[in-house]
Design a protein around this ligand. Structure first.
Ligand code: GLN
Length: 249
């Protein structure tokens, strides 16, 4: 069967929110679609622009410092209703660290409580010390542990109806205490995992792509790829972290 499917990706504010290579996530989404013959159109949304998500399948927002997060938040608050409509209509949204925190009701920046987008029932306060280091997470959306790197002062607390992305096997996750990492809500995946997230976690990339295909075409079927290199990278990191007795804390 000839592949005729196509997806549009909106990359929000790449010049501001690109900590620890988060923009690499877009390259992975693009390549994993192209390798399967699925056309991929990436639209970057830059500072000063508002995203219009009417024809978008996957939106992605990376992480950044408090300052950068604050600038982006002001733009996004102006189109909050559109973003909420996208999320409620099962639009696929991937959000990392600073971007993940923005999804919630509020984010504590210094002593100031900054209003968030309230797209997902969660909020973020902060504490010392920063939660820094490598992380491994067990998640139902990936047969392999999700591995990567985290660095955040924020402590994120999920509302009672919001599922965590997974359980922390090594590292800190949402708040360093609950053992939970990230969030899953409709087709939203929020996480503290940088690195970037997707190259070493191909199942997470395919989860985002398949959810988007399902929404647009009613079929989430994805041809398998040869992930030998990706899975070897994942395994090396996971084994290294598991050999570290103090769980990274
Ligand atoms: N500024 C946020 C924090 O420190 C997010 C940082 C990040 O994206 N790594 O909690």
């Amino acid at each position: 069967m000839t592949e005729t499917r196509a997806l549009r990706v909106a990359h929000l504010y790449p010049e501001l929110l690109n900590l620890y290579g988060d923009s690499g996530n877009i390259l992975v989404l693009r390549k994993r679609m192209e390798w399967r013959g699925i056309a991929c159109d990436v639209r970057e949304v830059h500072v000063g622009e508002h995203p219009s998500l009417g024809d978008v399948d996957i939106a992605f927002i990376g992480g950044g410092s408090d300052r950068e997060q604050r600038i982006v938040c002001d733009y996004l608050l102006e189109v909050r209703a559109d973003l909420a409509a996208f999320v409620e209509d099962w639009g696929v949204l991937g959000a990392v660290c600073g971007g993940y925190q923005l999804l919630g009701h509020s984010y504590l920046m210094g002593d100031e409580e900054v209003r968030g987008l309230s797209l997902v029932d969660l909020y973020t306060d902060r504490a010392s010390p920063r939660l820094i280091g490598n992380i491994a997470v067990e998640s139902r959306i990936s047969p392999q542990p999700i591995v990567g790197y985290e660095n955040h002062a924020g402590r994120t607390h999920l509302g009672s109806g919001v599922e965590a992305l997974g359980r922390v096997l090594h590292g800190h996750g949402n708040d360093g205490m609950s053992g939970e990492e990230g969030c899953l809500y409709k087709n939203v995946v929020g996480t503290y995992v940088h690195g970037p997230l997707l190259p070493k976690n191909p199942a997470v990339a395919d989860y985002l792509i398949s959810r988007a295909l399902d929404r647009r075409y009613g079929s989430s079927l994805l041809e398998p790829l040869d992930d030998t290199a990706e899975l070897a990278a994942n395994q090396v990191m996971f084994e290294r972290l598991m050999a570290d007795g103090d769980k990274g804390r």
